[in-house]
Design a protein around this ligand. Sequence first.
Ligand SMILES: Cc1cc2nc3c(=O)[nH]c(=O)nc-3n(C[C@H](O)[C@H](O)[C@H](O)COP(=O)(O)OP(=O)(O)OC[C@H]3O[C@@H](n4cnc5c(N)ncnc54)[C@H](O)[C@@H]3O)c2cc1C
Length: 425
Amino acid sequence: MQEKMHLAIVGGGASGLIAAITASKICKQTKKITIFEGALRVGRKLLATGNGRCNLTNIHASAKHYHGDTRFIEAILRTYPPQRVIQYFEELGLLCKEEAEGRIYPYSLQSATVLDVLRFNAEELQVEMICDCPIHKIQSQDGKFLLENHQQQIFIADKVILATGGKASPQLGSAENGYILAKQLGHTVTPLYPALTILRTPPEYVKALKGMRSHVTATLKCNGKAIRHEKGEVQFTEQGLSGICMFQFSRHVAHSIANKQKITVLLDFMPEYSVSAIVNHLNHAVNLFPHLPAPEILKGFINKKIGEAVVKTAVPHSKEILAKQLTKSDFKSIANAVKQFSFPCIGVADWKQAQVTAGGVSLSQLNSSLESKIHKGLYFSGELLNIDGDCGGYNLNWAWISGITAGKAAAKSLCHKDKARVPTT
Ligand SMILES: Cc1cc2nc3c(=O)[nH]c(=O)nc-3n(C[C@H](O)[C@H](O)[C@H](O)COP(=O)(O)OP(=O)(O)OC[C@H]3O[C@@H](n4cnc5c(N)ncnc54)[C@H](O)[C@@H]3O)c2cc1C
C-alpha cells in the first residue's frame, strides 16, 4: 500500500524541522505533514553547531553576510529579520541571549535544547517524523510527487520540500543525495565548494608556526586585488591558516582556486601601529639590546615565533647577524613584513573540516517563495540551495528563514486548495 500525505519534507535538519512546524501551524493540523529523515534521529548536525552551544542567528543579519545567489535574501530578511527569528523561537518556547558580535544563542547555551524545542513542537503539532528513511528517488506525476526510499517503498505527496542540507561535515550525516534528487527533478546544481574551513598554504610557510595564534587584520587578495578584509584571531596549523577570520575567506579561496586564480592572504600583526611607528620601536629595541640575535628583535612586540619568522623573511641573512647590525633599510623591511606578512593559498581543507557548502541548487529556477518554476508544489530550503553565510549564526539563520518561507508557501497553497473546494451558496 502506498502511503499518502499532503506535505512531505525530505530532511529533518534545522530547515526541515522549522518548515514542518510552520506548515502545521498554518494548516492548523488539518493536513498530514511528514518529515523523512535519513539518519536514525532528526537534527544531528544541530547538536554540533556553535561548539555544542548553537549560534542560531545574528542580530546583524543582512544581505552582505550572504554569498552565492542572493537574489531573494533581501526580501526574505525583510520579512524575517533576526528579531523576528528570535521572537519565533520564543513563541516555540526557546529563550535566547545575545553574546559578542551580535551572535544569538539559546539562553541555556546548549544546542540540545534548540533541537528539543523543535522536536517537541513538531510532535505537539502532529508532524510525523519517519527516521532511518533516506529518500532515494522523487518523481512528479499528475500534479503529485512519488517519493521512494532505500527499501523501494513509495510515498505519495501533494507537496514536497527538499531540505536535505549540504555536503559539508559528512561525519555528521551530510550526503550528496539531496543534489541528486534536485537534478532528478530537472534542477541545476552549481559547483560545490567546502566553506567555513581552514585555508591551505604550502607547508613550509606554516611549519615553524604550528600552534601559534595572533590577533590580526587580514586581507584576502585575488590576482593581486584586495577583495575582503577581516579582523580576528588567526591560528597556524599544520595545513595552513585557521580561525574565524580565515573561515570567512574560505568560500572565496575555494571558488577562486577552482577558477585558477592566484590567492594570497596578507596578515597585519600590529594593526594599531603604522610602519614608521614600528620602525621607531625597532630603533629603540636595537639601542636597548644591541647584542641580541637579529631574528629576536621583535620579541617585545609580537608572538616570539611569529616575530622570528617575520624577521627571517624580511631580512634573509638575519640569522647570521646581531641586532646592532640591522640597517635602516632592514628596519623598514621588517616593519613592512609585520604589516603585510604574505601567505600564498593553495586551497581549502576537505569536506570533513568544512562547516558549510558554497554552491548548490540554483535559485534561478525558483520563485521568491522558494517554489520550483519547473514543478509546482516543489519547494527548497536551507544549505541545499546556492547560498551560504558568514560564520556567526548566519547559516542557521538562513536554514530557519528559508524553511519558514518554504513551509508557509506550501501550507498556504494546501489550505488555498481547500478554500477553492468549498461550494458557494
Ligand atoms: C560543526 C558545525 C558547526 C556549525 N555551527 C554553526 C553555528 O553555530 N551557527 C550557524 O549558523 N551555522 C552553523 N553550522 C552550519 C549549519 O549547521 C548548517 O548550515 C545548517 O544545519 C543547515 O541546515 P539544513 O536544514 O539545510 O541542513 P541540515 O541541518 O544538514 O539537515 C539536513 C538533514 O537532511 C537529512 N537528509 C539528507 N539527505 C536525505 C535524504 N535523501 N532523505 C532523508 N533525509 C536526508 C540529513 O540527515 C540531515 O538531517 C555548523 C555546521 C557544522 C558542520
